[in-house]
Design a protein around this ligand. Structure first.
Ligand SMILES: Cc1ncc(COP(=O)(O)O)c(C=O)c1O
Length: 374
């Protein structure tokens, strides 16, 4: 399988071994072009072509839906993952004494919207990690008759552990507990279909594995829950008669667009659309295979050189595009400096170096990293 033909769409490859998609991705040529087109159009024609951009918005909504096997009516555009999670957190009819379950290795974006509910008397429980793995049985053990929601990431940001969404979703489904997933560390690189895992809400932002612009994200809300979620942020954009400016009593739309309260980030969404078109053309299963192949190559090379991999490796189903490592004798700052000198772009997270290649990377990028390590 050759994905080499896509490499030229990422000019950054000429300068860097860019292995940092778990932080932010570079814009591909199609994304940069799409955004240039939008800016040029607005520059020359102001709002004259607004209908064209609003039609495009609906096209991008279809692309998001296609990515996760949802219906376009189940997708709301948001600014970022946090915005999406807050729509969910503020939309549930919490009762004093309710609880929800997260995990202790979550990125803070998937903690604050939930801990903010403590003021309503909601208890937040954290599943522990064992060797960086979140165990389904630990989630199950934390559940009781007052549990209303489980909030987990598709992939944990600082370990690369891929949660078993199917098993956890099943547990939630059987007990009538909402399941909310932060998808940003997997979507775009790993296959996730809401038809195959019982997920109620799926939140993501564009700039990581989806390789879109910053400031464009989305929320998937399961069809049956759209009108159950209390719409806390409402506005003219989300009502049925949006263009009837002097009607103040229009009902909210009956689809997820009711959560879009005002004018959207058309530039960012257009850019995100260009990236989704590319990712879907390549095919997510092919991308996943490629990303896992590159991380296999990386892991083998690191182990050969005596590095300690902190990402759980026991089961292929738990792997993702993220690999984290450290060394018993080399300081992290030194490793980071050596890599930076060799034009290898990675992130330091806590006590590890985090590497996150995407489909257009190849073995030469990984080898550039390996040969820069002491
Ligand atoms: C798991 C996870 N969720 C969310 C975010 C970012 O949140 P937002 O899109 O709100 O900026 C990150 C990383 O920055 C992350 O790793």
């Amino acid at each position: 399988m050759s994905l080499t033909k896509y490499r030229h769409l990422f000019p950054i490859t000429k300068e860097y071994a860019y292995l940092n998609h778990a932080a932010t991705a570079p814009y591909s040529v199609p994304v940069a072009r799409a955004m240039d087109d939008f800016i040029t159009n607005r520059h020359r024609r102001g709002g004259l072509d607004i209908q064209k951009w609003e039609d495009r918005l609906e096209k991008v909504r279809e692309l998001v839906a296609q990515l996760i096997a949802a219906a376009p009516e189940e997708i709301a555009f948001t600014s970022n993952t946090s915005h999406s999670l807050n729509v969910v957190a503020s939309g549930i009819d919490w009762r004093q004494g309710d609880n929800l379950i997260g995990a202790e290795t979550e990125f803070p974006a998937n903690v604050y919207p939930w801990s903010n509910l403590q003021r309503l008397g909601v208890e937040v429980r954290f599943a522990p990690a064992h060797d960086n793995r979140i165990l389904v049985e630990d989630i199950a053990a934390l559940m009781d008759e007052h549990t209303r929601l489980v909030a987990l990431s598709f992939v944990e940001f600082a370990t690369g552990f891929r949660n078993d969404l199917r098993a956890i979703g099943q547990l939630c489904w059987e007990r009538g507990i909402y399941f909310c997933v932060d998808g940003i560390q997997g979507l775009g690189a790993l296959d996730l279909k809401v038809t195959q895992s019982p997920i109620d809400f799926l939140a993501a932002g564009g700039p990581k594995w989806l390789m879109g612009p910053i400031g464009a994200g989305f929320l998937y809300c399961r069809r049956a829950l759209i009108e159950k979620l209390i719409p806390i942020r409402v506005g003219w954009w989300g009502v049925v008669d949006r263009d009837d400016y002097f009607r103040y009593d229009s009902p909210l739309r009956d689809d997820a667009r009711r959560f879009e309260e005002g004018s959207l980030n058309l530039l960012g969404i257009h850019g995100l659309g260009a990236s989704l078109e590319l990712l879907l053309e390549v095919g997510i299963p092919r991308i996943e295979e490629r990303v896992l192949g590159l991380t296999d190559h990386l892991i083998a090379g690191l182990q050969e050189r005596g590095y300690h991999i902190t990402t759980p490796l026991a089961s292929p189903q738990e792997r993702s595009g993220i690999v984290c490592f450290n060394h018993p004798h080399h300081a992290l700052d030194d490793l980071e400096q050596q890599l930076s000198k060799a034009r290898v772009i990675i992130s330091k997270r806590g006590q590890v170096i985090r590497v996150s290649p995407h489909f257009y990377n190849d073995e030469t990028d990984i080898d550039q990293l390996l040969s820069a390590l002491p």
